[in-house]
Design a protein around this ligand. Structure first.
Ligand code: CA
Length: 233
């Protein structure tokens, strides 16, 4: 089995070393860069399978790296971000980053994010049945061909809008979806960008699918950014 390669773009030595060690131990091939310029060269010459990107780099803004890479490559990019930087997260996702991870993070979270992004990019490349195959997590199954959501094999009645929201999140499970991306995918490109309608619908969805809507098992809130649906099993 060829190893997946991960490029870590991070100028803080400690964090770069910490991530490198974890990834090597889990059988990834690790490439490192502490500047944006060098990173772009490595991406061109080595074509890593996934990119971990710190936004605060000494020579250029990390968002410029995303913009540049996205002109010619769809390699998954996970942004490493500070806890309170919601706007930064939203901007990165809108520029084409696939996900973000918030500092400080643990080993299992880092590995889970990488697996989800790799799975997602592989699926997009190879699995045309993505939208046909049912989504499954815990007691929930979403059958896209029948437009049927069941929990513990019992059908859950969703309105057409609620179904669209859940289906879009399920098709992108494991990834965070921004409010604006969800709004335009469900209501079309001419929405006024008001999240209120989304929050109202989400509250109704949670009442129908979650045992305890305050402690969701299926759809998680990413504060100030959007929603993330539990990864497909
Ligand atoms: Ca930095």
């Amino acid at each position: 089995m060829p190893k997946f390669s991960v490029l870590i773009i991070e100028d803080e030595n400690k964090i770069q070393t910490f991530m490198g060690k974890i990834l090597k131990r889990h059988d990834y091939r690790v490439l490192c860069s502490s500047t944006g310029r060098e990173a772009l060269e490595i991406i061109r010459s080595q074509c890593p399978d996934i990119i971990l990107l710190d936004l605060g780099l000494p020579d250029m803004d990390g968002s410029s790296v995303i913009r540049e890479v996205r002109t010619w490559s769809s390699t998954p990019i996970i942004v490493i971000s500070a806890r309170t930087a919601e706007m930064e997260k939203v901007n990165s996702l809108d520029l084409g980053a696939d996900d973000y991870i918030t500092k400080p993070f643990g080993t299992s979270e880092l590995l889970a994010r990488i697996r989800a992004s790799l799975r997602h990019s592989n699926r997009l490349r190879t699995d045309n049945d993505l939208y046909i195959r049912a989504y499954k997590h815990g007691a929930m199954t979403l059958d896209f061909s029948k437009r049927l959501l069941t929990i513990d094999a019992k059908a859950v009645h969703l309105t057409p809008i609620e179904y669209k929201i859940v289906a879009y999140l399920a098709q992108n499970s494991g990834k965070v979806i921004t409010y604006s991306s969800l709004l335009s995918n469900v209501w079309g490109p001419y929405t006024d960008g008001d999240n209120k309608i989304l929050r109202v619908n989400m509250a109704n969805i949670r009442r129908k699918i979650e045992k305890d809507p305050a402690q969701p098992e299926y759809i998680f809130t990413e504060v100030g950014v959007g929603y993330r649906m539990a990864e497909d099993e």
